[in-house]
Design a protein around this ligand. Structure first.
Ligand code: NAG
Ligand code: NAG
Ligand code: NAG
Length: 626
């Protein structure tokens, strides 16, 4: 039953994606859209939401152009996946995702146990590959595309090996800066990625910046001990530590043999609202996107490269140190915390938004293949490859620039929904149930038939309208819902929109109090019931120049109960890397630039760290590069 339901949800998203990329008519170019956001809109996330909507529209246009040129056979409309914010996934889907992650954590390793004895599972392999390449994928030309490919490969493994069929989630940091421990991602519930570490009094982390020598002293978080709640409280951390910063001490520590057996330990966290508020607010993300017009500066500010800015974490380090703990605070092994992938999906989303605001000029790279160019290495070009074997094969950087290019990517991002009342979990089940969806078109929304179901959308903008729950299926047709075929009253219907689709889609800030101030256009939760105005431009708050009504969904909001069956696919038989030492192994498994000099450098970085040798590179990594 539930499997069927999940399949239906899956079908639904495929339908929506297809509609999004087929039914949507052209929209004006992103460049023409006003960017004069108010301070309030920047602080409460509305600005970022609008940028996200622009990015989605640009992505549609890009996809259409590729299809028109016959250049996109690998990413046809039925294949486009939509990534969404964790808390907008139905709880059943969050549980299915968690179950798939647990499946990875018990799937066999692809690495040679003689080379990486610590890597017992496929989950551990991801940590190991990141560990090997750390010095070549942070503060390099490859940072953005490498992590895009790595995160996407993780998604593929969840699907191919562990049968996950749902949405790949991201974590919108801005929603949680005041209380990350209360985040649906980290609240310790069975639909979270586990909670905080047990609290014990401690000083904050001290992080030494290599290039500048600056020591950044963070305020302590509210945990630091072993994680005690949620699905991953019994997770075994096996690799590392490699370069672990310490509380109240500028020197990092590392295991004598990070790849060896015997390092097994609990997952620790130190959730940190101070770090989150200072480095990952909506303002921080929005300014990163709007104020950096070339990839050199965008990647530098995102990672707070201390060749450019001193004493910062950037949104990248900010997200990592919001989680903190072990392995979360150690940049070599941070993928050992399940939060890593949601954080990096958001990093990728920010990159995607930034790219899509001017895609023509944002497909290049800047820099070399060594961390802060230490040791010096040749410039990387988009013709170079990244390689995360044996997790996934080598691919040219230029093929990692376009998420709807189909070689290999085929996905886009929905913006986060701040209005939890318009639950995504859904009026749409009504659509999938299919039968008695209103026969009348909703005001402003036009019906299109996809398969044997109807999807409603606004022709001008391509926005997807919420579906009415008109009963049907096993339920009797409803006579009291305006717009439904069987409606007996006289009220007219006002269209509402799926989260992420209305031009004025819910952007009120939940409970944080950040919505006051200069933004007179922000009306808090009441925005959910504003009156429609057909045309507009009444304020600078909507990117499309129109105000659309946002009404609370009348749809079904119950989540399907129960559990999801995970199908374990065929096992991979790829041989692991071979090599006599950890250094050689590092050399074999990395190759971010395709040049031998960088391979040597990467191996050297790993070897140095493994031996506990202090060094500029390692110090820089400890601070800047997770
Ligand atoms: C950090 O390491 C340096 C060099 O080994 C040492 O002199 C110093 O005492 C250490 N600091 C602390 C707080 O342990
Ligand atoms: C991040 O945003 C907060 C406000 O949300 C601000 O106080 C802080 O200075 C910003 N940090 C940076 C590095 O701009
Ligand atoms: C490497 O890139 C930098 C920055 O664009 C440029 O100044 C430099 O000349 C390049 N070096 C080579 C050898 O092409």
């Amino acid at each position: 039953m539930l499997v069927v339901l999940n399949a239906r949800l899956c079908t639904l998203w495929a339908l929506l994606a297809a509609l999004l990329f087929v039914g949507a008519p052209p929209v004006r170019a992103a460049a023409a859209v006003k960017r004069d956001f108010s301070e309030g809109q920047i602080d409460n996330g509305e600005a970022l939401s609008q940028l996200s909507t622009e990015a989605l529209q640009s992505s549609q246009q890009l996809h259409k152009r590729l299809v028109a040129r016959g250049a996109n056979s690998g990413c046809t409309v039925d294949k486009i996946r939509i990534r969404r914010e964790w808390r907008t996934l139905p709880k059943s889907e969050r549980r299915a995702f968690i179950a798939a992650v647990k499946c990875l954590q018990s799937s066999p390793s692809l690495l040679d146990p003689a080379v990486v004895p610590a890597s017992k599972t496929l989950w551990d392999d991801f940590v190991a590959i990141h560990l090997f390449q750390t010095g070549n994928i942070h503060l390099t030309a490859t940072f953005l595309t490498w992590h895009r490919y790595f995160t996407w490969t993780y998604e593929q493994k969840l699907r191919d090996v562990c049968g996950y069929k749902g949405t790949f989630p991201y974590w919108e940091w801005g929603l949680d800066v005041h209380n990350p421990a209360g985040s649906p991602v980290f609240d310790g519930s069975d639909t979270s990625l586990s909670g905080n570490g047990a609290y014990s009094p401690h000083e904050g982390l001290w992080i030494t910046q290599a290039f500048s020598g600056n020591v950044l002293k963070l305020q302590p978080g509210t945990g630091s001990g072993c994680v005690t709640s949620g699905p991953f409280k019994d997770l075994k951390v096996r690799l590392g530590t490699v370069v672990m910063p310490q509380y109240g001490n500028p020197n990092w520590t590392g295991s004598a043999n990070p790849l060896g057996e015997g390092n097994e330990r609990c997952l620790k966290r130190d959730l940190n609202a101070w770090v989150a508020s200072a480095f990952t607010s909506f303002r921080n993300t929005t300014e990163l996107i709007l104020e950096n017009n070339n990839v050199e500066m965008f990647q530098a500010i995102m990672q707070a490269d201390d060749r450019y800015v001193v004493g910062q974490l950037g949104v990248h380090g900010g997200g990592h140190y919001t989680i903190g703990g072990d392995p979360g605070a150690d940049p070599f092994i941070s993928p050992g915390d399940p939060g890593f992938y949601l954080h990096h999906a958001q990093i990728d989303r920010v990159f995607w938004i930034w790219q899509m605001l001017d895609f023509q000029h944002r497909q290049g790279v800047w820099g070399t293949s060594t961390l802060q160019n230490m040791p010096p290495s040749p410039n990387v070009t988009v013709e170079d490859t990244v390689d995360i074997s044996p997790l996934n094969g080598p691919v040219k950087i230029k093929d990692l620039m376009n998420t709807v290019g189909g070689s290999p990517f085929c996905y886009v991002y929905f913006k986060e929904s701040l209005d939890m009342k318009t639950s995504t979990s859904f009026a749409l089940l009504g659509l999938i149930a299919g039968t008695a969806v209103a026969k009348t078109d909703l005001a402003g929304c036009t019906r299109t038939q996809m398969g044997n179901t109807y999807v409603y959308y606004v022709p001008d903008t391509g926005e997807i309208c919420s579906l009415l729950d008109c009963g049907g299926g096993r339920a009797p047709p409803k006579t009291t819902v305006p717009g439904c075929a069987a409606y007996e009253g006289t009220a007219t219907v006002t269209p509402s929109f799926l989260p992420g689709f209305g031009a004025a889609a819910s952007t009120s800030t939940p409970s944080s109090g950040a919505s006051t101030g200069p933004a007179s256009t922000t009306s808090g939760v009441g925005q959910a019931s504003t009156t429609p105005t057909a045309t507009g431009g009444s304020s600078a708050s909507t990117s499309s120049g129109e105000d659309k009504t946002q009404v609370t969904s009348t749809g079904i909001s119950s989540n399907p109960p129960g559990k999801t069956v995970i199908i374990t696919g065929t096992k991979e038989t790829t041989a692991g890397t071979s090599g006599g030492s950890s250094g050689a192994s590092g050399s074999k498994t990395q190759g971010s630039s395709g040049s031998s000099s960088s391979s040597t450098a990467g191996a050297a970085a790993v070897t140095a760290a493994a031996k506990g040798a202090a060094g500029l590179v390692a110090g820089a990594v400890a601070y800047l590069a997770l």
